[in-house]
Design a protein around this ligand. Structure first.
Ligand SMILES: Cc1cc2nc3c(=O)[nH]c(=O)nc-3n(C[C@H](O)[C@H](O)[C@H](O)COP(=O)(O)OP(=O)(O)OC[C@H]3O[C@@H](n4cnc5c(N)ncnc54)[C@H](O)[C@@H]3O)c2cc1C
Length: 421
């Protein structure tokens, strides 16, 4: 049997695992986390709508009935394409075929300090950390006697007006509009500032005009200040410098403005293209390494006439590339080139507020929100996860649940620095 090493068990990697012929391939799945996660709901972790366990699923449970698949925890440190080995934090693995499915990571466009000073929702761990920071600011704001310092503590800036930015800004807006008066009676809505800045002239740039407009209206209704055509240049000592030179204080900056391919050390430089993504041909074979290395999902850059800058970094291209690659590998020849079937896109702004572009039509409001919920529920792995997400959503819908807003931190945790202030 040929040995296939797959780096990354996200939408792309896990779907490849499921579709590879167990009689033909021995599969080793490498991932730094021991679970598959569901990024479209990370913003709900950050906004205390769900807990991490609701949207994550352990690899070992998923693969336990697959005799040909093993899971190895590890962060990839080096790939040696000549020796056909992958070295992780813990071991070196041999492969006959290597599939890169490690997704993407935050891109700070050269502002290296942002990795330290800002918060994100790119991984489940980042989202959980962001949630803790948000709760920390609300608690500290609630007991702060100085009105000016209180307003500083409760100033949130979301950078990036794509689906992730719109969703987290909307969730913060819901906290301000609906939750504040119930749980933080010491605070008034005017104590909390939520600003979303976007460098281009509209939110949700990849969606229809109608959806973009509805998203803007929805955020305004949730008391979010949206500033379009606004670029930030720097963030130092909590002051954001914008492209026009003016500065504003923001205690918490949530970065959703860009991603780049997850770096794969050791891969020849000429295989890496625009946005740090790995250049592949129409069969997802890495250029120059066609016989043994493939890349699928967010990390892969397949430049076609219709998608000259690669396919959108979304779940569907990742899943479809995995299924197509498995088909070719199982057949033993690369006969079917990848063709992306666009099933549409959607984003949610808040309760009863979503936008969806499906089959050339745009939907908004409650109907789009219902479609959004059904599609996401069906896509989460595990029946118990589906049920717990459904129960949480139902509970939140009725009561804006409070039980998940727990701030858990051991005394020796670095956040102690806040207590020392
Ligand atoms: C907040 C957020 C919201 C999103 N919302 C939507 C949405 O609503 N709809 C949609 O279609 N798409 C959405 N996306 C995009 C979608 O999640 C990605 O396009 C999709 O996950 C890509 O799948 P993938 O398998 O290529 O990568 P991922 O799903 O990111 O999986 C990569 C895997 O590789 C592992 N990994 C990464 N680096 C290493 C390493 N060096 N060593 C070992 N393991 C590694 C990771 O742990 C992870 O398990 C969203 C993304 C985010 C971050």
């Amino acid at each position: 049997m040929e040995k296939v090493v797959i780096i990354g068990g996200g939408f792309a990697g896990l779907n490849l695992v499921k579709h590879l012929d167990p009689k033909k391939y021995e599969v080793c799945l490498v991932d730094r986390n021991n679970f598959h996660a569901f990024p479209p709901l990370f913003y709900q972790i950050a906004s205390s709508g769900l807990v991490s366990a609701n949207i994550c699923f352990p690899f070992r449970r998923e693969i336990k009935k697959m005799g040909n698949v093993s899971y190895h925890m590890g962060h990839v440190k080096n790939i040696d394409t000549a020796a056909k080995t992958v070295t992780t934090s813990y071991e070196t693995l041999n492969y006959d075929k290597l599939v890169l499915a490690a997704g993407s990571t935050n891109n700070y466009f050269g502002m290296s300090n942002l990795a330290e000073d800002t918060f994100g929702i790119k991984t489940v761990a980042e989202a959980a950390h962001t949630r803790d920071e948000i709760l920390d600011r609300f608690e500290r704001g609630a007991i702060c006697p100085d009105p000016e310092r209180r307003r500083q503590l409760l100033s949130f800036l979301v950078v990036g007006g794509g689906p992730s930015g719109v969703e987290i800004a909307g969730a913060l807006g819901e906290m301000k509009k609906y939750i504040l008066s119930k749980e933080y009676p010491e605070l008034k809505p005017e104590d909390v500032t939520i600003t979303l800045v976007e460098g281009t002239g509209s939110l949700l740039g990849a969606m229809s005009e109608k959806s973009r407009r509805k998203a803007l209206e929805g955020l305004k209704d949730l008391m979010v200040n949206v500033r379009l055509n606004t670029l930030m240049k720097d963030y130092t000592d909590k002051y954001v410098t914008f492209a026009d030179g003016h500065k504003e204080y923001y205690e918490t900056l949530i970065w959703t403005a860009g991603v780049k391919g997850e770096p794969m050390p050791g891969l020849p430089a000429e295989t890496v293209g625009r946005g740090g993504r790995v250049l592949v041909d129409e069969f997802n074979r890495v250029k120059g390494l066609e016989d043994s290395v493939m890349a699928i999902g967010d990390i892969a850059l397949m430049e076609t006439e219709k998608y000259p800058h690669g396919h959108p970094q979304m779940a569907q291209p990742a899943i479809q590339q995995a299924v197509n690659l498995a088909r070719n590998l199982n057949r033993g020849e690369y006969a079917t080139p990848f063709e992306y079937k666009d099933k549409g896109s959607m984003a949610t702004i808040g309760k009863n507020k979503a936008v969806a572009d499906i089959a050339g039509m745009s939907f908004g409001g409650f109907f789009a929100w219902l479609i959004w919920m059904i599609i996401h529920l069906l896509s989460i792995l595990g029946m118990r996860n589906k049920l717990s997400v459904l129960v949480n959503w139902f509970w939140n819908y009725l009561f804006y649940s409070t039980s998940l807003r727990l701030l858990l931190r051991p005394v020796k945790y670095p956040l102690r620095r806040h207590w020392a202030e």
